[in-house]
Design a binder for this molecule. Structure first.
Ligand code: KG4
Ligand code: ZN
Length: 354
């Protein structure tokens, strides 16, 4: 067994677990060194329903988690007894899905007599940026459940400047894709369908909300109404679908990019980072980079493998928050820990403080 009481957190072998939505993921890390990262996506299962079915997600996590963890250990060439710490997402996310991961993590930590570190899912998305930029910086968080502009003041200190008033950006992509019968998840399929097509439809013309506000319901309704109207006239051609996707993407990107720069200027940030599933969108990345270059700012985009849900980001979050001694590794109350489906971006698991 590798455990030595005096070992620094950054040298410990961490098993990270992520089950907040429809990806069952486990990763083994030592500091920022990735020994393995396994993601089992349930996309195909939920795809047939047009979106994530929470109960089905939980059942699949229960079934897959032992295999995913086993695979992560095998790939890292380690056994359970080599683990020195378990990091697990405890919120935000689907209640049942989170419970499967946390219950597994608690049982494993208890049986191995090693610490359990509860991790905030959105902080984990943001933490992947710590590999290339140190706080303070401004972060645009765009996922299926969150759209926020966050001041990352320190590894464990976050201040939300603005959050979507309604739908999240990824959710909006998913809903528009569903109406276009492009399948789930909608983000990648809308991006693909829109490639090489003209963004020649102005959805803001009929939307109640404009791009100066972080809100997607106006754009969503305008897009869905437009699509339904055209669909009632007959089947949409590939070119029509492509133009709709290009126009919708451009408008959605405009909303987040204009708001991000508004806050960056207001708060005098020169470094902007991107986090969450929608961060995988190349047009979003390009738009941020183009505007940042014009304004003398720098944009940091996470690697593709860190954009959508994974456990590597949970391990990195654990590493960066603990490496700076903000959470103790010896928390006897962890067995009482519960999941928090509506956990705010700013919340740390306080009972773990030294
Ligand atoms: O972070 P994530 O995996 O899960 C949540 O924490 O919500 O984000 C999933 C979201 C989905 O809504 C998906 O459609 C969106 O990220 N997404 C994208 C792209 N890839 C994933 N949206 C736009 N463009 C993409 N390439
Ligand atoms: Zn996520």
């Amino acid at each position: 067994m590798l455990t030595t009481p005096s070992k620094k957190m950054s040298e410990k072998i961490i098993l990270a677990i992520e089950t907040s939505c429809d990806e069952t993921a486990a990763a083994v890390y030592c500091g920022t060194n990735e020994l393995s990262s396994i993601v089992n996506s349930q996309i195909e299962i939920h795809g047939q329903f047009g979106g994530v079915v929470p109960e089905i997600a939980s059942r699949n996590h229960l079934m897959m988690l032992p295999h995913v963890v086993k695979q992560a250990l095998l790939k890292a060439n380690l056994v359970f007894q080599d683990l020195e710490c378990i990091a697990c997402t405890f919120g935000a996310g689907l209640q049942g899905a989170l419970l499967t991961g946390l219950s597994y993590a608690k049982a494993l930590a208890y049986s191995l007599n090693i610490p359990l570190i509860p991790i905030n899912h959105i902080q984990a998305h943001i933490a992947t940026n710590f590999l290339s930029v140190l706080p303070p910086f401004l972060c645009l968080v765009v996922s299926g459940g969150h759209t926020s502009i966050v001041e990352v003041l320190d590894f464990d200190k976050f201040s939300v400047l603005s959050s979507t008033a309604d739908d999240a950006m990824g959710e909006c992509f998913d809903k528009v894709a569903r109406v276009l019968n492009l399948g789930y998840p909608g983000g990648p399929s809308i991006e693909k369908a829109g490639q090489g097509h003209k963004a020649n439809i102005n959805f803001f013309k009929n939307a109640r909300t404009k791009n100066s506000v972080l809100s997607f319901s106006g754009l969503k309704t305008a897009s869905v109404n437009y699509i339904r109207q055209r669909q009632s006239d007959g089947k949409l051609s590939e070119q029509q679908v492509g133009n709709i996707c290009a126009s919708f993407s451009k408008a959605a990107i405009e909303i987040v990019v204009s708001n991000t720069f508004k806050y960056a200027k207001q708060k005098s940030y020169k470094s902007i980072a991107l986090a969450g599933g929608v961060a995988a969108n190349k047009d979003l990345q390009a738009s941020l980079i183009e505007q940042a270059t014009q304004q003398g700012m720098i944009v940091h985009c996470p690697q593709l493998k860190y954009c959508t849900d994974n456990a590597a980001m949970v391990a990195l979050c654990c590493h960066f928050q603990n490496a700076h001694n903000y959470m103790t590794v010896n928390n006897p109350s962890y067995l009482n820990l519960n999941v928090e489906s509506n956990l705010s971006i700013e919340t740390m698991y306080k009972h773990c403080k030294n």
